[in-house]
Design a protein around this ligand. Structure first.
Ligand SMILES: [Zn+2]
Ligand SMILES: [Zn+2]
Length: 367
């Protein structure tokens, strides 16, 4: 099992999977790189593993011999070895579908010959919802429970949201929807209210370290990667795989200092640069790492301001506003709003620091 942290959620998913009537639709709400996809995949395995209670290969009880055929203990479920577990982990199970922006499951209306291609689209469209409805109306190929993952759910357009409501509420038997969102408030209320909401929170450093240990990373790397990930196991794994990214962090952190004490013009040039890189669709992951770095930068200032005995509260307020701005920017990026505005707003909200304040910048931020 590749889950890092989220033990309480794991237990909850397990009990859903074991119940006679699992919820039709779940919403995994929380920041990116925290393990939301891993949780969705885990649920799909819990629902379909051959070793699950009532699993496909669970031998039928025979009178007099039932004791020999007791179900396996729940720790062995999902087993990670059966066909369903394998295919789901590989992402090739025919009944576990992930729909995102682009043209997955695009199904134009009958007779609509002019339907434009939209592989590069940033939203989830009504034609894709038509595809989803069509898929779930058929029997699964081999799964006991088909799982439809929609990620990010805030990308569902309004017409598409209306179109999917009824199916979310009463999906044909054996289908479970998992919506994933870093900006759940941007999802239409009618869609949100039809889902059982689970908050996926940041994970503690020790749990991340333990998780990286289970994955076999070198002990020397684990502490550093866990600290740099700021509660995001997905990021910690990237750092452990590519330690270079962490080296970048020190460089990025000192650039944060320069920008925070620099002119407005410099901020706007930086904003423009971020927006351009985002538009080119390259290193989006690197942009999220930069946002993490800003978060670390402002968190350090917040701690420092809070440590001051008394007096001027404005550094504290400034840091709080800056942290909110970073969170908002992250959510907006995931909701695919106009990116230039997102970065401008964030950079404009950051308070201006003096050079003296920046000079004392430590390279290792507070946790
Ligand atoms: Zn299995
Ligand atoms: Zn389409």
């Amino acid at each position: 099992m590749n889950l890092i942290g989220h033990e309480a959620i794991e237990r909850e998913l397990r009990s859903f999977a074991a119940s006679d009537e699992p919820p039709h639709a779940l919403l995994l709400a929380g920041p990116e790189s925290t393990g939301r996809r891993a949780l969705a995949t885990h649920l799909a395995q819990l629902l379909n593993c051959a070793a699950a209670p009532g699993g496909a290969k669970a031998p039928a009880a025979q009178p007099g011999f039932g004791f020999e055929l007791a179900p396996e203990p729940s720790e062995a479920w999902p087993c990670g070895r059966c066909r369903a577990c394998h295919l789901i982990a590989e992402g090739t199970h025919p009944d576990i579908v992930t729909v995102g922006p682009g043209d997955t499951l695009c199904r134009p209306r009958a007779g609509d010959t002019g339907h434009e291609k939209h592989a590069q689209a940033r939203d989830i469209r009504i034609c894709q919802v038509r595809g989803i409805i069509d898929a779930v109306s058929r029997f699964p190929f081999e799964a006991r429970h088909r799982v439809v993952i929609i990620d990010p759910a805030e990308a569902i357009t309004e017409p598409a949201s209306h179109a999917i409501l009824k199916t979310l509420e009463e999906p044909p038997g054996h289908t479970v929807f998992v919506l994933i969102s870093g900006a759940p408030e941007s999802i239409m209320e009618t869609v949100r209210s039809r889902c059982r909401r689970i908050e996926v929170r940041l994970v503690g450093r020790q749990e991340i370290e333990a998780g990286l240990g289970r994955l076999g990373f070198a002990p020397a790397l684990i502490g550093e990667a866990a600290a740099a990930s700021h509660g995001r196991p997905g990021r910690a794994v990237s750092f452990a795989r590519q330690p270079d990214l962490m080296g970048d962090r020190t460089r990025l952190l000192s650039r944060c200092g320069r920008l925070a004490s620099g002119s407005l013009g410099e901020r706007f040039r930086y904003s423009e640069d971020l927006a351009e890189r985002w538009r080119r669709d390259r290193d989006r992951q690197a942009i999220f790492v930069e946002l993490d770095t800003w978060e670390a930068f402002w968190r350090t200032r917040l701690h420092r301001a809070a440590d001051l005995p008394h007096g001027d509260r404005s550094p504290l307020r400034g840091a709080v506003e800056a942290l909110k701005a970073v969170t908002q920017a992250r959510a907006d990026l995931q909701a695919n709003v106009l990116v230039r505005g997102v970065f401008d707003l964030m950079l404009l909200t950051f308070p201006r620091l003096t050079l003296g304040e920046v000079a004392e910048e430590a390279t290792t931020p507070h946790e």
